[in-house]
Ligand binder design. Sequence first.
Ligand code: G4P
Length: 288
Amino acid sequence: MTIQWFPGHMAKARRQVTEQLKLIDVVIELVDARLPASSRNPMIDEIIAHKPRLVVLNKADMADERLTRKWIAYFEQKGFKAISINAQAGQGMKEITAACKELVKEKFDRMIAKGVNPRAVRALIVGIPNVGKSTLINKIAKKNIAKTGDRPGVTTAQQWIKVGKELELLDTPGILWPKFEDELVGLRLATSGAIKDAILNLQDVAVYALRFLSAHYPEKLKERYNLTHLSEDIVELFDDIGKRRGCLLSGGIIDYDKTAEIVLRELRAGKLGRITFEEPNEYAEIEA
Ligand code: G4P
């Protein structure tokens, strides 16, 4: 999905989420476990305001497990509940229900004490494009879609998906924009595949990716491209990988576009292994 985030679209997206918030108890903020800071909406805290929030790190199958644990600790320290899942494989679904229940426990206990019958927790998934919102909703909906548009106070077209007896999910996710004005955030989103290639220069993105991999995952990079040494000169590194992959133009010149395309395609497909592009300790810098 390509969304052009003009100011008018951002305002509309915000309005839609604000409307959806009126219907629910808990917000499930979906982020990409490989870039849990860059894949967030920069105004999320303001938009969500005081609703209880579960931060779900999706695509955990592609992320560095050590860093995923650090990110979960980071979000919990900020006062949210946080879990990691793999929506594509349907892993972590039970944990979502359990976490949502826990988040509303006090409120629901108070309702029960007043004699109100316990009901299912109502939740909304929000996130920037491409973090896996539809994948997660489809995974859950396969078994459980339920039309409940006639419930009082619920707008007519709204559908809820029942997740067991204890959770109901709005079938339309809240879509918000990323912090694309930040260059580093843009490069990380592009490297992960969340931003379409036409928007950023392919070679620029690959330069960022190769520098990052050389610094943080050198062994994975060497292994994938059968390199004994990683040149610190980025052009030489492109040359070495391009040669290994036969990316040659006439006259033996390296085809840098092709080399960039191969590196990014393989990285996004997980061929280099589990990689996370940011650590919690630099998050303060991104938020600033
Ligand atoms: P969105 O609604 O938030 O915009 O995201 P969407 O569900 O469309 O997911 C974006 C891409 O991320 C999809 O890949 C989807 O398959 C993939 N994805 C979602 N959850 C996971 C996960 O837990 N692990 C992994 N590895 N991938 C996940 P795509 O390339 O756009 O499509 P396709 O390859 O599935 O056809």
